[in-house]
Design a protein around this ligand. Structure first.
Ligand SMILES: C[S@@+](CC[C@H](N)C(=O)[O-])C[C@H]1O[C@@H](n2cnc3c(N)ncnc32)[C@H](O)[C@@H]1O
Length: 287
């Protein structure tokens, strides 16, 4: 049997890659029309597409039909990589159009964690949600929406800089610029919280030392039955960017080991399995 030369194989791959790029740029699915358009624009003879061994894969990726059958054998790990690069951090990795949004605002979470937050907020009815690390403000907006539906509570978002926040009109949200662990920030939070019951979400700098400092500093605001969350502990497991050797998961474990008022809620908060915060939903069990 005749085999294609290395040069012909390389050309096939290059043409297939260019065709994928064309489909993405032109926001088209694979179709006879798209193939003809591509060949005309790229000056590629249609036979080179028609007989290209890679085109069947391209067609199944970009076809109009659902890919679910093909993807059913994906592992959870593969899925989590997909979600991380295209949905959760799409804005960072050149897939801004695919970025997850809450009512139009970029939100750096997963749908499952948003759902878990909705359940936690409903169960615990916090007076204030303290969000450490706000970035675009999509999550502040999400929390405010849930609080709106419940008719109770407000959001205090803290970030080094509020320049990226896309403001929305919500009476429930206020922001504070500064480092989450700076003594003056914590003092100001104490003043604003004024004894109310908080849900605290640590989602700023993901280095272990910083997260641990946040957990220690903000624990005082969380009532018995409430939650202190170390976000993105999955980074430790998956090696996601930023890739701390020890990140939020190590911090959450160290904190729970030194403070027996908090335990990782794995039965309720991790029951959907897919979470960015394994070991990170720390529930206060003692005063
Ligand atoms: C992962 S983003 C927050 C995403 C947001 N919570 C969401 O879910 O949509 C992290 C943010 O933490 C902020 N940040 C980093 N170090 C910080 C610190 N020491 N204090 C407060 N914010 C910090 C960054 O500026 C960045 O906006």
């Amino acid at each position: 049997m005749k085999t294609a030369s290395a040069a012909a194989q390389a050309l096939d791959r290059e043409i297939a890659r260019d065709y994928v790029r064309f489909l993405v740029d032109a926001r088209q699915t694979d179709s006879p029309r798209a193939r003809l358009d591509f060949c005309a624009r790229a000056q590629v003879h249609p036979k080179l597409l028609h007989y290209n061994p890679h085109i069947r894969d391209v067609a199944s990726l970009f076809g109009d039909a659902s890919n679910v059958e093909r993807l059913l054998d994906m592992t959870l790990r593969d899925y989590l990589y997909y979600h991380y690069y295209f949905i959760h951090q799409g804005y960072r990795y050149g897939a801004g159009d695919l970025q997850q949004r809450w009512l139009g605002q970029d939100i750096i979470k997963t749908p499952w964690d948003c759902w878990i937050y909705q359940e936690i907020i409903w169960e615990t009815k916090p007076d204030i949600v303290i969000e450490l690390g706000v970035m675009f403000g999509g999550a502040s907006h999400f929390f405010a929406s849930i609080l709106d539906m419940i008719g109770h509570g407000e959001v205090l978002g803290i970030d080094l800089t509020l320049e990226k926040v896309r403001s929305i009109n919500s009476k429930r949200i206020s922001y504070l610029a500064g480092s989450s662990t700076a003594p003056e920030t914590i003092e100001e939070v104490r003043r604003r919280v004024a004894g109310r019951r908080a849900l605290v979400i640590a989602d700023s700098d993901h280095e272990k030392s910083h997260v641990l400092a946040e957990l220690r500093a903000y624990a005082e605001f969380v009532p018995v039955g409430g939650y202190l969350v170390a976000e993105d502990s999955l980074n430790d497991v998956m090696g996601h960017h930023p890739v701390p050797n020890e990140g939020p998961q190590a911090a959450a474990k160290a904190f729970a080991a030194e403070n027996d008022c908090f335990v990782a809620d794995r039965r309720f908060a991790e029951r959907y399995i897919l979470t960015l915060n394994p070991d990170g939903y720390l529930k206060r069990v003692k005063p």
